[in-house]
Design a protein. Structure first.
Length: 163
């Protein structure tokens, strides 16, 4: 038996003003879209904004359903919208933020496992990293250069092609 260790690099910012102007705008759009999230059950609103290689920003927010598994997270709403409307345009970055009607969120939110795998699929599809910017309502902002930092043992298409 050999013990292995996984380490990731991430950047932590104290304020939004430390981000580039483009990243600030992406986070701003993610914050705006949280307001129209459909979250009548959890009261937890999540917004995601994608920056595409063509400069377009595509947003999405969480959409709940009384049958909980039928809802969809903000990250996947945005990713699938981008895939539907701009199928040939790679995603360069995604900003994810959240707020709650029942408590204050002062820590960055990290995507769930299903969203991580969806981001991984688009990194593999376009053969490019997607920068991920994570923020709460206030507090620090965390940035990683690729989904592999959040999902080191991701399931890849090559696994399906083995004979």
């Amino acid at each position: 038996m050999n013990k292995k260790e996984i380490k990731i690099d991430y950047w932590e910012y104290d304020t939004e003003q430390e981000l580039s102007a483009q990243e600030q705008e992406l986070l701003k759009q993610a914050r705006i879209i949280t307001d129209s999230a459909y979250a009548p059950y959890s009261q937890f609103h999540v917004g995601a904004a994608l920056l595409l290689k063509n400069g377009k920003i595509v947003t999405g927010n969480n959409q709940e359903n009384v049958a909980y598994p039928s809802g969809l997270c903000a990250e996947r709403v945005a990713i699938y919208a981008a895939g539907a409307h701009y199928p040939e345009v790679p995603i360069e970055a995604i900003a994810v933020t959240c707020k709650s009607k029942t408590f204050h969120v002062n820590e960055p939110l990290s995507p769930c496992g299903a969203c991580r795998q969806a981001i991984a699929e688009y990194e593999m599809r376009y053969k490019t990293n997607i920068k991920i910017i994570l923020a709460g309502e206030t507090g620090k902002i965390r940035v990683v250069k690729s989904i592999s930092d959040l999902l080191p043992f991701m399931f890849k298409a090559e696994e399906l092609k083995k004979s």
